[in-house]
Each structure stands twice: as structure tokens, then as C-alpha cells.
Write a protein that binds this ligand. Structure first.
Ligand code: SF4
Ligand code: SF4
Length: 101
């Protein structure tokens, strides 16, 4: 896919740049409220986008993140590229809010 078209899929929600933890049995990935220090909280862009893989070596590209089950289920890259048995991470913030309601 053309790079511009590929990148245009991102809707800048910033969810994939939030911190994650593996927990539970069987283990699941949980997305936490805190985020990478390089995520611009105002528009959810990356402050070091061009150098992100150098500045933060554990910053994964879309396909590596998909392979590790780190992209949220509503991410357009999941719809475009994930296998049918893809197990998305759990948004701990949304899950906690649902519990309170
Ligand atoms: S979760 Fe998907 S749509 Fe949201 S910022 Fe990450 S790549 Fe973009
Ligand atoms: S370095 Fe990676 S994880 Fe951090 S804000 Fe930039 S794209 Fe997101």
C-alpha cells in the first residue's frame, strides 16, 4: 500500500501510544491511562515521529504492534490487516468506567 494511504488510516486517537501491561490468567494486554512521554496530549501526534524508533526503541511499527496484539480493536489497521482471530488489548480505563456505571 502507498505510504500516504497507509498512514492516512490512522485517526490519531493516541491509544496505541498509551502504556500497556500484561496481566491476568490467561494473560491479556491491558492499555493503561498513562502514555508515552513523546505523545502530544493535545492532538495525539508523536513529538519525535521521524526518529521515534531511535528515541524510543520499543516503539513498534503497526505490523509489529499487530503481531503482539497491541492495537485496539477499533483501530483502522486492525480492520485492514489483522487476522480474523486477532485478540485486541483491553482498555483498562474504559473497562473501569463501565464497571462504575
Ligand atoms: S490506535 Fe490506530 S488509529 Fe489510534 S493512533 Fe494508534 S494507529 Fe492510529
Ligand atoms: S515514540 Fe512511539 S509510542 Fe511514543 S508517542 Fe511516538 S509513536 Fe507513540
Amino acid at each position: 500500500m502507498d505510504t500516504a494511504i497507509h498512514e492516512s488510516l490512522c485517526r490519531r486517537c493516541g491509544t496505541c501510544c498509551r502504556n500497556k501491561v500484561l496481566a491476568g490468567s490467561p494473560p491479556r494486554v491491558f492499555i493503561l491511562a498513562t502514555a508515552c512521554q513523546y505523545l502530544n496530549p493535545d492532538d495525539h501526534t508523536c513529538l519525535v515521529y521521524r526518529d521515534r524508533h531511535t528515541v524510543r526503541p520499543d516503539c513498534l511499527d503497526v505490523f509489529a504492534a499487530l503481531k503482539q496484539g497491541l492495537l485496539p480493536g477499533d483501530c483502522p489497521y486492525v480492520a485492514a490487516y489483522a487476522p480474523p482471530d486477532y485478540v485486541p488489548p483491553i482498555d483498562a480505563v474504559a473497562a473501569a468506567q463501565e464497571t462504575l456505571e
